[in-house]
Design a protein around this ligand. Sequence first.
Ligand code: 5AD
Ligand code: SF4
Length: 439
Amino acid sequence: MADAKKLFIKTYGCQMNVYDSERMAEALGPSGYETTTDMAEADMILLNTCHIREKAAEKVYSELGRLKPLHDAKPDLKIAVAGCVAQAEGEEIMRRQPMVDLVVGPQSYHRLPAMEARLRLGETALDTDFPEEDKFELLPKRVKLARGPSAFLTVQEGCDKFCAFCVVPYTRGAEVSRPADRILREAQELVERGVREITLLGQNVNAYHGGTDGDGWSLARLIWALNDIDRLERIRFTTSHPNDMDEALIEAHGTCAKLMPYLHLPVQSGSDKILKGMNRKHTADDYLRLIERFRAARPDILLSSDFIVGFPGETDADFEATLALIEEVRYGQAYSFKYSSRPGTPAAERAPVDEAVMDERLQRVQALLTSQQHEIQRGMIGRDVNVLFEKEGRLEGQLVGKSDYLHAVHVARGDAKVGDVRRVRITGTERNSLGGVLL
Ligand code: 5AD
Ligand code: SF4
């Protein structure tokens, strides 16, 4: 398009936001926008925000503050705010930062073209509804070339779990699953564009229950259907909740050839008292038994989790219970966060743990998780793994990809190219990646 307008998107937070940003870019295509990576040439800057932790709203306001000079120099520049902060703050954003033209919550992205049309009339546009219609059906089909051989595909959104610390049930709304036939069609299209690995996304992905005709497909059934797509080589999914695991999904890890041996299953804490306070509705032991079942189905499965330290009421003994759980599981990789109070959530009403105590606990939990990660990485040396190559490496002649276990692996490229799955012998480990040679 000769006179295309330029759209610059800055994405914060989770993989679902990455996926949403792509879909928003596509939605604005027919309105004459193409994406740019250069903010200076943008006609519209869209911030796709995240509200999950730490003064998220304040960060968005300061980011907007930084955009002010650019906007002053270029008054036609449109400023849009999307994502969970848009949902949570709504018109407050326009009140505090009047240069903002458009505020759109995650459930209304299909309405972006209509909202953009209002901007052209010199109006502003705000939409933070939870509409009845299925936004994914109304968003344009994924038209652009996939960026690489690995793609995300949202299958489920929202959450009904109401963990006491979490904003997701409020910002993303109730759990909704997309119909299986539409997901399969989108997967087929991605594969036709060169995608070889699909990661199914959902805030509570294993709660998936999308029928084609209301007959309630489970995530396991969806994975088995994806397994039949020719040239799709790998299937992953994230993020799961322990209470939504079913036998079929566990079993699939042992029997479904394309389902990768990696599971992100957040437990948050190893203390039953804290789990109760978090409204997790499972005990540490329930979780450990579940892990045992996964390991029985797939002994080499690599495990990952999220942990929160310093949840209100967490004592030294509670924290030690978290460390003990980590020792017992042995994680290949995991995320840990200091508890951060989110307005409107039940835990925000409770007395906080001392900040210095939280800092110290975070350091200890991260040290333990890092040592487990490195031990498992060292254990990979000498082993042969499959690697899907995703891009050029940092060094000349290098190719980088992911192993079945989601380790980043780099090799001297030889005759391999992006999009290939090749057998690689691991020869070394660095902080967050492995080195290997093509076999
Ligand atoms: N404080 C700290 N961590 C949080 N998470 C979610 N909400 C909070 C919060 N208020 C973490 C959880 C979740 C991950 C996505 O973010 O560990 O699994
Ligand atoms: Fe938030 Fe996950 Fe709990 Fe849902 S299950 S409320 S998304 S932490």
